[in-house]
Design a protein around this ligand. Structure first.
Ligand code: NAD
Length: 260
């Protein structure tokens, strides 16, 4: 339900042009935040920004989160336009499905660069603005793979597990500055990433549904709503935590049939 809970707050969402990032941007905007979408393609980010839909103005900015220069200039633009930065959602992420015996070093490093290194160093850039403000909320989008392994996902699982460690330690380091750092662990949600894995036969949506107590694949907005909680004062005494948003998948005890 829309509110003004985030009115006056400025948010940047990486990987904001599609999937969970775009949906999260819409959720933040529906609670009054001014939202900037950071993504690889400027046109796609700007087009997506038009659909975020709120009274305040929204912006799409080109940013490859693996590039230091892009990270720095993207946040500079946000602060130049909006005057501050209150919320950073580190959502951009990639998957690499390969058996552990066949992992290629370059693909491993590329995945770590997006899913882990970029989160550290974009958070560091954001903290330069948040520390003088004595406030800020950083939300990292992890995965169920931060909690357990799955066949063929060793790179992804390693990156998302480390992301929870990063979340906890940044919370410890930056609590004194009033910066909160939390994570959301999505389960299976209807996004282009999931569709791509279904198309390639890596995931079977029917098997996944049978394994989810709620009996449905998650909506992207299920994740956005959890991000809103961490972004808002509703969680003002919560830091270093992760919230699993998976319809009960991870607490279902029967043997998994979900993964190919
Ligand atoms: P998606 O592929 O639909 O969207 C990812 C976005 O990130 C794209 O817009 C892409 O352009 C952008 N991106 C990729 N590399 C980038 C880079 N170097 N710099 C800037 N942007 C970049 O993916 P999604 O399903 O929306 O996933 C979003 C996040 O949620 C990821 O971190 C993913 O690991 C996590 N996640 C998704 C699911 C799911 O069910 N979809 C489940 C668990 C976790």
């Amino acid at each position: 339900m829309p509110s003004n809970m985030l009115a006056g707050r400025v948010a940047a969402v990486t990987g904001g042009a599609s999937g969970l990032g775009l949906s999260t941007a819409r959720c933040l905007a529906s609670h009054g935040a001014s939202v900037f979408l950071l993504d690889l393609d400027a046109d796609q980010a700007r087009e997506a920004a038009q659909t975020v839909g709120s009274a305040v103005e929204h912006h799409g900015i080109r940013c490859d989160v693996t590039q230091e220069e892009d990270r720095r200039t993207a946040l500079e633009q946000v602060v130049h336009i909006a005057g501050r930065l209150d919320i950073l959602v580190n959502n951009a992420g990639i998957q690499y499905h390969a058996s552990a015996e066949a992992i290629e070093p370059d693909r491993w490093r590329q995945l770590m660069a997006v899913n882990l290194d970029a989160v550290m160093f974009l958070s560091q850039s954001a903290a330069r603005y948040m520390i003088p403000q004595k406030s800020g909320s950083i939300i990292n989008i992890a995965s169920l793979n931060a909690l357990f392994g799955m066949p063929g996902r060793v790179a992804y699982t390693t990156s998302k597990t480390a992301l929870l460690g990063l979340t906890r330690n940044l919370a410890v380091d930056w609590g004194k500055y009033g910066i909160r750092v939390n994570a959301v662990c999505p389960g299976y949600h209807q996004t282009p990433m999931l569709e791509e894995y279904v198309r390639r036969g890596v995931l079977d949506p029917e098997r996944i549904r049978r394994r989810i107590p709620f009996g449905r694949i998650g909506l992207p907005s299920d994740v956005g709503d959890a991000v809103v909680f961490f972004a808002s004062d509703l969680s003002s005494y919560v830091t270093g935590q992760h919230l699993v948003v998976d319809g009960g998948y991870s607490v279902f005890g029967a043997p998994s049939e979900a993964s190919a």
